[in-house]
Design a protein around this ligand. Sequence first.
Ligand code: ATP
Ligand code: MG
Length: 591
Amino acid sequence: MARNTSAAATSRLRALLALLRPDSLRWIGLGVLIAVSSALSLGGPLVVRRIVDLATAGTTAGKLSVLAVLFLVIAVATQLISVVVAWFATITAWRTTNQIRLDMARHVLGLDHEFHRRHTPGELIQRVDGDVTSVSDFLGRVVPKVVGAVLLVGGMLIVLAFVDWRLAIGMAVYVLLAAAVVARSRHRAVGESSDEMGSYARLYGGIEERLTAAEDLRANGAAAHAMGRFVEDSADTMDSAVRRERAFLRLWWGVQGSVAGGSVLTLIASAALVERGVITVGTAFLLFQYVLLLARPLEDVVQQLETVQKANGAMVRVIDLLAVEATIVDSGTVDPPHGPLSIELDGVTFDYGDGETVLSDVHISIASGRSVGIVGRTGSGKTTLSRLLLRLVDTSAGTVRLGGVPIGDIPLTDLRRRVALIPQEVELLAGSIRDNVTLFDPEPTDEAVRDALRLAGLEALVDAGIDRPLGAGGTGLSAGEAQLLALARVWLRDPDLVVLDEATARVDPRTEARIEAGVRQLMSGRTTVIVAHRLSTLRHVDEIIVMDHGRVVEHGDRSVLADLDGGRFHHLLELALDMDQDDTLGDAMTR
Ligand code: ATP
Ligand code: MG
């Protein structure tokens, strides 16, 4: 157990040093400044000792004044350099932590579907911003003080050893005792602090989740339940805050006791030693001032303890998060042959890690350049299948091949260039229409963006001007229009395989016709997979796949299946004919 803990501490230290490495020169510079500052602090009392000893021996005022001026210079220099240390430390810490923040954001964005399913956006914001700020405070305020304290104590012991080795030993014992008192209560305080930060992350995560779902919650009358959970989370947070505060107070009293006790002991011991002639009055002054000097870093540590506590928990979480590895490994080297990509699924089984099989033993073979419509009840695994084709998730068993190459052997950049997904729910970003089409890529010309929008049937947006902003979250576009905008994204990228997961939301007939026309145009010259929720979208596809409970139950040419008596697709068409033409497939399937 002890070895485990120390191994964990060592690896944490190593990870922390790795984070500091990019700015190592600055950190070394800071270390030198701190060393100078500690040396000056130790020098002052030495001058005073000399003044006192000379004065008690009856030296001339002239010599004393020279020493007094020296003392003044040291005192002023100590103050100046402490300001420089604080300034330089803050700048260096911010540079380092901005880099960590950047690394974390990049890392989190690179993690896969499974990770993002388990962590809410609110929790990740707290990780990338809140936790990193705690680490920044720690590096900028605490580390310089701790290094300063260590140098101060070390220097003090050396100076005292030169004066009288017994004094050095006495001081060492005192320092060890005080450190032991602080270390004992610190351990507990750190644990409580980590708990507190954890409950804050849960609280924020919960609030974020409920705000996002506010409309659904209100519409379904679940607001009371949501409030209940909020109250529970808040109570939890308060509870852990109180426990942390209690542990913190205990520590504060420990430090105050050590400082006061140390001063009193030094005074008594010094008086006795001077009386016996073991040390001079000047040395007694030196000792007393050194004990007072020690009080400062100890009190600093207490004042910064909150920072230490927060940072300790935060650092663990930052390092843990950076250590999470993406399960989608980008190690491929094979680029599939040019042109439209063929698709093969060979015995594909998939679950989201919760033991529920979503796809089981799926075999599909689609020749290059074909267009395929996938239909099936809600929850039958259609969206999951499209995620597999983009390698947003990896199969649990079986292989997906694109252009004959196992998907894991294709470099991710090639895969992302050649395969495009139009998701069921298109996310629009705060930015102009142009930004939303190019996804902030400055390369495409304005004309190319306009062409893509026209091809997608969004002339209206072109007329309004592509630099017009879309609101955050994409207010101003309907679900259907958002899918048309996603079509424009695809036109701009010109991929070899397009996977369209049709919006389930109802779309007005005009938009529906535009989507249909856009998709039809998109089909030529590439392989197209369309997860369809409306019959109209399927009018022009070559093949149909019917899915049920994670299995392919029917696959064939559209024309053949449409006429196949007793076939599922045939049945669907009949049902849809009975119902209104604009009814969705989902409705038909549940009949
Ligand atoms: P719809 O027609 O409603 O879009 P679908 O056919 O696209 O449905 P999928 O989204 O693939 O269905 O879901 C298939 C099954 O996998 C469902 O039972 C669903 O609960 C589950 N599922 C989907 N996404 C996830 C996820 N991110 N994590 C865990 N389970 C999931
Ligand atoms: Mg779906």
